[in-house]
Design a protein around this ligand. Structure first.
Ligand code: BG6
Length: 533
């Protein structure tokens, strides 16, 4: 079987000469055959917000697994930065515990010992210039110790209220522009949320541009790091059978679903300020839409791919917010999840009694370009839905049923190509087929490809891919500033409209269901129904 390897873009060069850290550890079979250009130069990764949840759940395990796969540079250093004073040793213990609890692989003491030996922690405020000077000194001391220049990758994983302070202090301390003009220049990953509306996203971009060049900035959307999301591009552009059909002549509609079983849990405080539109639709589902609908790029270079994404996002028509318009919102009410009673959103911890925050959003979009004119794109996302599933379903036009119609009826299914992003990653195609027997009767059947069956199940986590790409300097799977603004431009009027309405007009759906009636109505208006994934 051929080795499965995807390298989406070229990197900025200069990495060949650097060896990898764990040259003696065997590579996972899927990593064999990976381009050696996937190696990063000597790097210090600094995590702002190092005692936070994301660091423990995702970032430390990602670094560990990159080490395990022999993808960290030989000279790799990890620096945790946060307001809380934590001794180095304690930070290493916290990191070890995080790997034990959250890594997709068991902790291998030898692998981790080599990373842990170069792991340290620095306490400081985010608005404290002197603390950033100490950070600069700390990095300079690492360079002195190893006798060579290292690139620094800053990972901003803090609440958004301190994004600007961090950026400005990276500028003031000189860290932002270090080695600018060379491949090992400073790089900065910025976590979501990237703003809360168009104006705040613009402001953040202005702050970013005051200290960094666009090519130094990696705005993260972890959906882009998911294996099946990358596979979408590979499927579309490496198989000759799809592209001729990928347009208004053959496609009837597209449905993008990101459904979660979890409720808001202990994140009520955050969620009340956010809601589903900001938390999931504006970013994750729009990224899925952009990759589904964009034109083939001239190359897999970061700018070529992102140019096409921005173009298609710009072609989306403004949403109709009137009665029978393009948007639906709802909150989950009490219901059953896996046979267990769960409470409604308004009864969750930290939620206002009259909350106007949606836990579900459904959207109907029109893309006004040559390829997609007249093809509705439906997006939905919600918490406490029947099943955790993220998928993109391409519904093709119905074939003429004349040959196989029964009693003059029309019983052929439309073909549906579904990319299942999670869980059980894979691809399926619904086709009509003959039921065996002496009569000619048809039945839709599902042809499936499953990652776990074909390639084994231990696929990398999104954050592994994204941290590695940023270390290498490959921005293909990150969001460009204009892309973030284009998406906010579409949704800011919706947010303003909903804010003005408060709880008025908020629909409800039972926890454990597939969403509210108002979202069904978005589709019914065009004789469509939501797919049961
Ligand atoms: C995050 C949202 O961006 O994505 C969460 O803030 C959500 O509310 C999560 O639960 C879903 O991510 P995944 O990878 O579990 O689908």
């Amino acid at each position: 079987m051929p080795v499965y390897s995807i390298s989406l873009a070229s990197h900025s060069g200069g990495a060949d000469k650097f060896q990898n850290v764990m040259a003696d550890s065997p590579r996972h079979p899927f990593l064999q055959g990976l381009s050696k250009h996937r190696g990063a130069p000597p790097t210090v990764v600094v995590i702002f917000g190092a005692s936070g949840d994301l660091t423990a759940r995702k970032l430390i395990p990602a670094v560990y697994n990159l080490g395990h796969d022999n993808l960290l540079p030989a000279e790799f250093f990890l620096v945790g930065y946060g307001r809380k004073a934590i001794p180095d040793e304690e930070f290493r213990t916290l990191a070890t515990d995080a790997i034990k609890e959250f890594s997709r692989r068991e902790l291998n003491a030898d692998v981790w010992a080599r990373v842990a030996a170069n792991t340290s922690y620095l306490a400081g405020g985010y608005d404290e210039k002197a603390a950033f000077d100490r950070l600069a000194t700390h990095i300079a001391a690492i360079e002195k110790k190893i006798g060579r220049e290292v690139q620094t990758l800053f990972y901003i994983s803090t609440p958004p209220s301190v994004f600007a302070s961090i950026l400005l202090n990276l500028g003031a301390s000189g860290l932002a522009r270090k080695y600018l003009g060379q491949p090992h220049h400073t790089k900065v990953i910025i976590e979501k949320p990237f703003g809360k509306d168009l104006e705040s996203a613009r402001e953040l971009n202005v702050t970013i541009r005051s200290v960094l060049a666009e090519h130094q900035v990696y705005r993260i959307d972890h959906y882009l790091g998911k294996e099946t999301v990358q596979d979408l591009l590979v499927q579309r552009f490496s198989n000759a059978i799809f592209e001729p059909l990928w347009n208004r002549n053959f496609i009837d509609s597209v449905q993008i679903t990101v459904a979660e079983e979890v409720g808001v849990g202990t994140r009520g405080g955050y969620y009340e300020q956010s809601g589903c539109l900001r938390d999931m639709i504006q970013n994750h589902t729009m990224q899925l839409l952009a990759l589904t609908a964009m034109e083939p790029p001239g190359s897999m270079d970061a700018e070529a791919v992102r140019d096409e994404k921005v173009k298609v996002l710009k072609a989306i028509q403004p949403l109709n917010l009137g009665p029978d318009g393009d948007v639906a919102r709802a909150q989950y009410a009490a219901g059953l999840m896996g046979g267990k009673a769960v409470r409604g959103y308004l009864q969750e911890e930290g939620i206002a009694a009259q909350s106007g925050t949606e836990t579900y959003a459904g959207i109907r979009l029109s893309i006004n370009n040559w390829r997609w004119q007249g093809v509705p794109f439906y997006l939905r996302s919600g918490k406490r839905m029947a099943r955790r599933v993220s998928e993109i379903a391409i519904n093709f036009k119905r074939p003429p049923g004349t040959l196989f119609s029964k009693d003059g009826g029309f019983d052929l299914a439309a073909n549906t190509l579904a990319f299942q992003i999670q869980p059980d990653e894979g691809l399926s195609l619904i086709m009509n087929t003959k039921i065996p027997g002496l009569e000619t009767r048809t039945q839709p059947v599902k042809m499936s490809f499953r990652y776990a069956t074909t390639f084994g199940s231990n696929t990398p986590e999104a954050y592994e891919r994204l941290v590695l790409d940023a270390m290498i300097g490959d921005g293909t799977l990150f969001i460009r500033g204009d892309e973030a603004e284009t998406s906010w431009k579409l949704y800011t009027p919706v947010l303003e409209h909903w804010k003005a309405q408060g709880a008025k007009g908020m629909d409800a759906y039972a926890a454990g269901s597939w969403g509210p009636a108002s979202a069904d109505a978005l589709l019914a208006a065009k004789q469509h129904v939501w797919r049961q994934p």
